[in-house]
Design a protein around this ligand. Structure first.
Ligand code: 4FV
Length: 235
């Protein structure tokens, strides 16, 4: 996995690149992340990248030319081509199916992080990026959404998750698309609360059946929208 991040704030990514699962994947060379600093493509000696919106209104807008040049520079780092993703509330909602699609794509990733009120629309018309949203709320920038994409995709890169975890078992894992089942670990009693007996029986088939039933029940209860018609029926 090779991702190039176009941003004004690359230091926001440092903790992700140095710690935990993602940090280990970077150290082991399974994931490569580099940056294009949008400021370097700013105009004039003050390297301006934003200006007031045509038509008035609050805030500032990222100028088209600096964004276009920065993304072109990022794309040039991907000889096998790259998918350009603009993180934006106007985009397709990120879900595990899109994450799987991105992870299975041999091309690199260019992640464009907006700031201020957004990016001049002509940069979008010229670059024609895929637009992806992490949720229906407004953040201060595209950096956090970009980190969400990086972390979710990296988990599906072979070797990133040690054998202690398998993406298939994750929520929304391969083909299931269900919420995850409850998890328990030692001690067997916590504040007087025990654990489901089936988990102590050692009968793997029974455990798997119980976990699937729990996932289905939870999904029906909390996210019926995730269920296919057949699954929605009576328990
Ligand atoms: C966002 C989201 C998001 C909007 C304007 C950055 C901000 C600012 N990106 N999913 N939700 N972006 O709120 O992806 O430029």
């Amino acid at each position: 996995m090779h991702a190039t991040i176009v941003t004004l704030f690359r230091d926001l990514f440092t903790p992700l690149l140095e710690q935990s699962v993602f940090g280990r994947a970077v150290k082991r060379g399974l994931v490569r992340v580099d940056f294009v600093d949008l400021r370097e493509f700013g105009e004039g000696r003050h390297r301006v990248v934003d200006d007031r919106p045509f038509g008035g209104g609050p805030g500032m807008v990222l100028m088209a030319e600096p964004v276009i040049r920065a993304v072109e520079a990022a794309r040039a780092r991907h000889p096998r081509g790259a998918r350009t993703i603009h993180l934006s509330p106007q985009g397709r909602r990120l879900d595990q199916a899109l994450v799987r699609d991105l992870a299975s794509d041999r091309r690199g990733l260019v992640l464009l992080c907006g700031r201020y009120e957004g990016i001049d629309e002509r940069a979008i018309e010229v670059l024609r990026p895929e637009e992806v949203s992490v949720g229906d709320y407004v953040l201060s920038g595209g950096e956090l959404p970009a980190m969400v994409v990086l972390d979710a995709v990296a988990r599906l890169v072979p070797g990133v998750l040690g054998d202690e975890q398998s993406p298939a078992e994750d929520s929304f894992g391969e083909g299931q698309g269900l919420l995850d089942c409850p998890h328990y670990t030692r001690p067997a009693v916590v504040r007087g609360l025990g654990i489901p007996e089936v988990l102590r029986g050692g009968d793997h088939a029974a455990v798997a059946a119980w976990r699937h039933a729990q996932s289905l029940a939870r999904t029906r209860e909390r996210r019926p929208d995730l269920l296919h018609d057949g699954e929605r029926g009576a328990s």
